[in-house]
Design a protein around this ligand. Structure first.
Ligand SMILES: Cc1cc2nc3c(=O)[nH]c(=O)nc-3n(C[C@H](O)[C@H](O)[C@H](O)COP(=O)(O)OP(=O)(O)OC[C@H]3O[C@@H](n4cnc5c(N)ncnc54)[C@H](O)[C@@H]3O)c2cc1C
Length: 416
């Protein structure tokens, strides 16, 4: 089974080796959702999967794929019809994350996600009408795309420690500083960047800006990395970049609040994607161990491998149901800081373990680029680093359960 042979498993679990467990699960999906999943999968099979190996080698996604996603309405699921979106319920986005996780390119999923899930979520939530017309409308169509630049060379986990500054001068801000590890950081059309507007304050001095890529003083350098190879992760430098007042996103000094508010949905999306990746790894591996022979029998007959699969499939099932239950609560506007942290922590760790074990079951072929597990394993590693490291998530969970800290939707007004 070469990497090009990877087939999707049926949404209902047909021929996937763990159909029993899947048919017994509580599904949040309606018939319309299932149809959407099928059509999105067909789209990925036609437009994305045949090109993935090439994009992985080239280290970037061609612009045309954004246009195609836009034409199909995939960037607009979460957004109002007024701006070209479809106002769909949360489960369509869940399906999007799950199916993108199964194309076996963390870099591809990240490139799409950084646009519609990071940049657009901020423009939609904090942008004013003019900003939405200028950036959200063409972005939903896939005619332009963005990135979200928070992390800096001197610290990612500690968002308060950001050093990039935005100082008012005449009718614009002058932005100076550096960002690093930014997904879509080299090729995107615009950057949602966090910068300090009050240099004396910590979290209360941060603001968000929409910075057009072509603004003089913006430069970017591509980074070489272990996995997520199809996405253009970059370092961005701002050297006396003049940003007009109208490109301030939301209110001045409320950037920290905006970033924190969206962490819940980002962590849930990473959890659901990790869970789907782990399931995909198991499905591929079950097929492989039922074909590969050693010592005169299929390796899938060795009890040690069977038990390992059984253990992992059980954990994935549990994890997936936990994440779905959180999405149900998220849909009801619950603010799930602790729970989303738990879900991302466990799902990304599970994905690491599963891809590691599945690679092992492929033996030497697992280590080869022509087979799917090598990429799955190295792409999975990012899950415990991006969007809040496992250690930071444990800090949040510990504060919640040991120190009894309650996490409420940040009070917008108290931050100013
Ligand atoms: C491929 C890739 C894509 C990314 N895309 C983006 C993007 O699009 N936009 C963006 O803004 N950022 C992005 N990031 C950055 C990512 O969010 C950060 O790397 C992450 O938040 C960790 O920050 P750091 O790398 O500075 O590590 P550090 O914060 O320096 O942490 C180093 C180590 O110390 C641990 N640590 C730190 N603080 C504590 C603590 N209080 N207690 C215990 N342990 C602690 C961490 O868990 C980690 O193990 C991306 C990163 C990668 C690798």
């Amino acid at each position: 089974m070469l990497i090009d042979d990877i087939q999707y498993e049926n949404a209902e679990g047909k021929n996937d080796g763990i159909s029993l467990s899947r048919s017994s699960e509580i599904s949040p999906f309606s018939e319309e959702h299932v149809l959407f999943r099928q059509s999105f999968r067909a789209f990925l099979e036609k437009e994305v999967i045949p090109n993935i190996n090439k994009w992985e080698k080239e280290g970037e996604i061609p612009f045309e794929i954004y246009i195609k996603f836009g034409e199909m309405g995939y960037f607009g699921l979460d957004f109002s019809e007024k701006y070209g979106g479809s106002d769909s319920d949360i489960w369509y986005t869940v399906i999007l994350h799950e199916e993108m996780a199964k194309v076996n390119s963390g870099g591809f999923a990240a490139a799409m996600g950084a646009h519609f899930f990071l940049a657009l979520i901020h423009i939609n939530a904090e942008g004013n009408e003019e900003q939405k017309q200028k950036y959200l409308v063409p972005s939903i169509k896939g005619k332009t795309y963005g990135c979200m630049a928070v992390t800096e060379p001197f610290g990612g986990s500690d968002v308060k420690a950001i050093r990039t500054t935005a100082v008012k001068k005449n009718n614009h801000y002058v932005i100076n500083g550096n960002k690093t590890f930014i997904t879509n950081g080299v090729n995107s059309d615009y950057i949602i960047a966090a910068a300090k507007t009050d240099l004396k304050a910590d979290s209360k001095g941060l603001s968000l800006f929409i910075i057009d890529r072509k603004t003089p003083g913006v430069t970017a350098t591509k980074l070489d990395k272990l996995g997520w190879r199809a996405s253009d992760t970059g370092e961005i430098a701002f050297d006396n970049v003049k940003v007009p007042f109208e490109n301030l996103l939301g209110e001045e000094n409320k950037g920290f609040y905006y970033i924190m508010e969206h962490f819940v949905s980002e962590r849930l999306s990473m959890a659901v994607a990790s869970s789907a990746t782990a399931q995909h790894a198991i499905d591929i591996t079950i097929k492989y161990i039922n074909e590969r022979e050693a010592f005169g029998q299929k390796i899938g007959k060795f009890q040690v491998l069977r038990h390992r699969i059984a253990q992992m499939a059980s954990e994935i099932q549990l994890n997936k149901q936990f994440v779905y239950s959180l999405y149900k609560r998220f849909e009801n506007s619950e603010y799930l800081v602790k729970e989303a942290s738990m879900a991302k922590l466990l799902a990304t760790q599970l994905c690491d373990r599963v891809t590691f074990q599945c690679l092992q079951m492929f033996g030497g072929y697992g280590y080869m680029e022509d087979y799917p597990l090598a990429r799955m394993w190295r792409d999975s590693r990012l899950g415990q680093i991006g969007g809040g490291t496992s250690e930071i998530l444990c800090e949040i969970i510990a504060k919640s359960i040991i120190d009894k800290k309650g996490y409420k939707v940040p009070d917008n007004n108290k931050i100013s």
